[in-house]
Design a protein around this ligand. Structure first.
Ligand code: CP
Length: 301
């Protein structure tokens, strides 16, 4: 097991599957005090609801205590303290660091500065590997397998870090992909090259309806307003797709809708009551997967 979870690329297929298996064990036994006496730091330099609260809950359910911040204005970073000094200081206080930061590469840098395990809870538009593992867990749980699935990724495929990481992780499991995005938010060329090099098929469309009925997983995403430098560009694409219950009449019976959340307008509320909605269960699964990540990185599984 690598020391830290920075990029999903750092984990082999077997290591990813091990975390999913431990998460399954955590789901069956939601409170196990195996980390009594340990302290977990949650350093959130960017807003978060699910990731921060599920990591904190995961640590608490394992018997660890949690310190950290979710607002840098209340820290000495607001006085000009560097990321390096912040990480070195916190490393003296805790056993593992979980961090979200707006800069790509910030978590990798922290893992080089610190002798502790570091978990990347999202670095800019780059990676969000704990989200990837909970997405994989939710896919396996809802489909009974990871192999041979068709995954339709919808929305902001340019800036959405979750789709980039998920594509790379699922490449181990003989998938095929559909990329549904407007011209402005297409899957970046490097990820398509990644698939080409591995002989993995993908189709691209701008129409949400075109491949709704021939996928196993519909992975909806939010248009990432915070990554746009030009607000007018965001206005043009912000409401490009809206999934409604009335559109789901012909989908596969096993099809499940995932979304990393938060959603804005891309999934109508009436979808929540269909048997295809899986995004709230997916968010719950985040807690079990994050219990597994903390336990595995601290050597307890
Ligand atoms: N999915 C996700 O990362 O949600 P938060 O931004 O609320 O943590």
């Amino acid at each position: 097991m690598p020391k830290s979870l920075i990029s999903i690329h750092d984990f082999s297929k077997e290591e990813m599957l091990h975390i999913l298996d431990v998460a399954s064990e955590m789901e069956k036994n939601k409170s196990q005090k195996i980390l009594d006496g340990k302290v977990v730091a949650c350093l959130f330099f960017e807003p978060s609801t699910r990731t921060r609260l599920s990591f904190e809950t995961a640590a608490n359910r394992l018997g660890a205590r949690v310190i950290g911040f979710s607002d840098v204005d209340n820290t000495s970073i607001s006085k000009g303290e560097s990321l390096k000094d912040t990480i070195k200081m916190v490393s003296n206080y805790v056993d593992i660091i979980i961090m979200r930061h707006p800069l790509e590469g910030a978590a990798r840098y922290a893992s080089e500065v610190s002798n502790l395990p570091v978990v990347n809870a999202g670095d800019g538009a780059n990676q969000h590997p704990s989200q990837t593992l909970l997405d994989m867990y939710s896919i396996r749980q809802s489909q009974g397998r990871l192999d041979g699935l068709t995954i339709n990724m919808v929305g902001d495929l340019k800036y959405g870090r979750t789709v980039h990481s998920l594509l790379q992780a699922m490449s181990h499991f003989d998938p095929s992909f559909v990329f549904t995005a407007p011209a402005e938010l297409q899957m970046p060329v490097e990820y398509k090259q990644f698939l080409d090099e591995r002989g993995i098929a993908y189709r691209e469309t701008t129409s949400l309806n075109e491949h709704l009925n021939d996928c196993d997983i519909l992975y909806m995403t939010r248009v990432q307003q915070e990554r746009f430098s030009d607000p007018m560009e965001y206005e043009k694409v912000k409401d490009v797709y809206r999934l409604e219950a009335s559109m789901l009449g012909g989908v596969r019976s096993n099809m499940k809708i995932l979304h990393p959340l938060p959603r804005i307008n891309e999934i109508a509320l009436d979808v929540d009551d269909t048997p295809y909605a899986y995004y709230f269960k997916q968010a719950e699964n985040g807690m079990y997967v994050r219990m597994a990540i903390i336990a595995c990185l601290l050597g307890y599984r």
